[in-house]
Each structure stands twice: as C-alpha cells, then as structure tokens.
Design a protein around this ligand. Structure first.
Ligand SMILES: [Zn+2]
Length: 414
C-alpha cells in the first residue's frame, strides 16, 4: 500500500520533472508528466458518440472540455482494429514500427494462423515501458485480457484486465467480476482507475475499454448515452483528482447492414475458391479474436495470400470489381499507404465500403450470436476517432492528428 502523502507526491513529481526532462522512445521524446497523466482508449468510439452524448446532456464534463480544452478528431491506423491501434497509441508509432498489424495473422514462419497477442510479435518498446524504466510509476488497466500482455510488456507497475481480475483486485475496486460481454467490463476499468488515482496517483495510467456497447448501439441511443454518461462521471473524478485526462479511440464503428437489417458481407474466400480452386488462396481476417459473438468475425478489412503463378495485379482487378469493395492494394502499396509491416500482410490488402464487411466463406461465419443488427469496423470508414485532452494544447489546426499522437500532445504541449 502506498503511504506517501499528497504533498510529498507533488514534490517528487516536480523533482522528477526538473531532473528527468524527457524520455525518448521510437524517435520521439516525451516530457516527464508534471501531474498524473491518464490516457484512455475508448474502444469503438466513433466521434458521434461524444457529440450525441453531449447533446443529450449525458456528458457534462466532456461538454466543458470541448469548450475549454483540446477537442479534435484524429485518424486511427488502418486496419481500424483494436490491437494495432492500442499498440500505436502506446508506442507513438504506426504498425510498420511496432509490428502488430491485426488481432490475428498468418505466421509464414510456422504456417499457422495465430492471435497476435503475444509480446514476441512486438518490434519496439512502448512509451509505458520507457517511462517505467526511467522510474515513473505506471498503471495499465484493460477490459479484455487479450491486450494485457502486449500493453504491459517491459514495464513494471500495476497491470491487470477486468476480465481476469483476481480476488485482491476485485476487493480493491469494490465491484464484482464483470461478464466479458457487458458494459460493466468497461466500467470496472474506470472504477479501478479512480481507486488507483486516489491511492497511488500513478505518473501515467493507460486505460483501454471494450466495444461491447458500440457494436450493439448507435450514437445517441439510450444505451449508448448511458454508457457515455457513466464514462463522463469517472473522467470528471479523475480530472478533479488533478490528472491530465487524454482520450482517443482505437477505431470508429458503423452499421454494416442492408435496408432489411441483414449483414452486408462479401465472402472473399468463396470468391477466390470459385476462381482458383478450393483453398489455393488464403483469406485472413485480422478482426478475428476470441470474442466473436458481437461481430461474427466480420469487419471491413482482409488480407489475401495468393498461390504461386497468380499475379497480384490480376487478383486485385478481379476483387476490386466486386460490389462493396472499396480499395484493393498490392502488398508494397498497402504497406506504404497504411504504414504496415510488409511481412505481416498478404499479397493483397482488401478494404470494403463503409456499410459492407468481408468474410471468408459463408459456412465459416456463425452469425447466430448476433442479437442486434451488425455494427463493425476495420476499414477506412472507421478511421475518424476523437482526440481529447482536458486542457488547451498548442497544435496547428491544419495538422492531421493521429490517435498515436496523443501521448505527444498530452505531455509535450504546455
Ligand atoms: Zn476495438
């Protein structure tokens, strides 16, 4: 248990800020926090959730920040999925640098399709680990356990998920273990952050929620506004405890249904099988994760490994002609445009239109768990995300912000 008093903590923070002017990582340099910094990645937070929440009066704290702080929209990285973007935010760099190009990928070294949750796939240090190594006190709380090992890699300090919280953590937060498919899973993250701020005032806290609510409920709906009202209350408490609160998202979220409410899907493995023969090309959906109930593994991004003798140009032309496909790029062009590691994507990258998803084979997607019209992400249509800091920062209004600029602006712009 932390026993240092508030004044001692403030003195220590000032001392460190003076004596440790900055921490360098991945080509950027970050100033030591003058006051506790809380960075929040709100999973699936399309900017309209905040706008509608403010309009409905559900987010009084956010309304104040919009008037007095930094309230912008930024671009996330493509694919607009959870793992690549969380790792971009905590490394300050695109996937070409950190290596996490999806939640899931085909590992050419082993010939196996695997989750990209293991820190062995991480190719650089995180900002969290760098500050931890320089003596800062760190706390990381994630909703889903799949991110915990990646986010916590190389750092010491508090690091846990609400999904796998142990008895001691449950007692500390004072809430029961939440279901993995619930808004409670995210509320637990915020409640833990307030407790940690009251007890330890960590120099840097990183929070990552789950998009359970956003997959089911559109901006402005009562369920969405209730979630954002809950979040707003906790952010206000962190603010009142003296923290710099900085918020962004890993990706946005859009409806992916037709007029009748049925999912719109291009089954890409079925298409290449019909063209080339069964299983000659391999379609990988990097949205795939162990929690498929709310999206059926349907997103707006796929990558395709072609068999020998099939040109990327011809395959790209054929796939690009399919209704609902937005962009098809060969590996070098996709790596350049989206700043992706070329060895972790296929011969083609395929992005579908805003209201369309890409599947493998119809038979391989179990949509029986979808109890609401499909909302998902992965494409360019979900690239716009909020970029919020609870105080003004000096940033050129014309500058294209990325979600992974958040640590930079929160720490360096004073
Ligand atoms: Zn996400």
């Amino acid at each position: 248990m932390e026993t240092q008093g508030c004044n001692d903590r403030a003195r220590t923070a000032y001392h460190q800020a003076v004596n440790t002017p900055s921490v360098a990582v991945n080509g950027r340099s970050y100033r030591w926090p003058e006051r506790p910094l809380v960075v929040v990645c709100v999973d699936g937070c399309e900017p309209a959730y905040l706008e509608r929440g403010i309009e409905a009066g559900a987010m009084p704290w956010m309304a104040r920040v919009r008037d007095t702080g930094t309230y912008r929209v930024a671009d996330c990285v493509i694919p607009s999925f959870t793992n690549p973007n969380n790792l971009s935010i905590v490394t300050g760099a695109p996937p070409a640098v950190h290596g996490i190009a999806g939640n899931y990928f085909w590992d050419p070294d082993t010939g196996a399709e695997v989750m990209m949750n293991d820190p062995k796939y991480l190719r650089c240090e995180t900002i969290l680990a760098a500050f931890s190594g320089a003596g800062a006190r760190l706390a990381v709380v994630t909703a889903k356990d799949k991110l915990r090992r990646l986010l916590g890699h190389g750092m010491t300090g508090v690091c846990f998920s609400s999904e796998k919280a142990d008895g001691e953590t449950l007692a500390f937060v004072g809430r029961p273990l939440p279901s993995v498919y619930s808004a409670d899973l995210s509320e637990f993250v915020f409640a833990a952050a307030v407790k940690l701020m009251e007890r330890d005032a960590p120099d840097i806290t990183y929070l990552s929620t789950t998009d359970y609510v956003q997959h089911k409920h559109a901006p402005g709906t009562p369920e969405a506004n209730a979630f954002y009202r809950m979040m707003d209350g906790y952010l206000a408490r962190l603010d009142a405890l003296g923290a710099t609160v900085a918020l962004t998202a890993d990706h946005g979220m859009n409806a992916k249904t037709d007029a009748a409410g049925a999912p719109r899907v291009v089954y890409l493995q079925d298409f290449v099988d019909a063209w080339l023969g069964a299983a000659r090309a391999r379609v990988i959906l990097p949205i795939t994760d162990p929690y498929v109930v709310h999206h059926g593994a349907l997103g707006s991004f796929a990558t395709v490994y072609l068999p020998d003798g099939v040109s990327a140009a011809e395959a790209g032309t054929r796939i690009g002609a399919l209704a609902g496909i937005d962009v098809v790029l060969a590996r070098p062009d996709a790596a350049a445009r989206f700043e992706l590691p070329p060895d972790r994507i296929g011969d083609l990258v395929v992005v579908s239109a805003r209201d369309v998803t890409i599947g493998t084979s119809a038979a391989r997607h179990d949509l029986s768990g979808l109890d609401a019209p499909l909302r998902s992400h992965g494409g360019i249509g979900e690239q716009r995300v909020p970029f919020v800091i609870n105080r003004p920062t000096t940033v050129d209004p014309a500058r294209r912000l990325r979600n992974f600029d958040l640590f930079d602006l929160a720490l360096n712009s004073r």
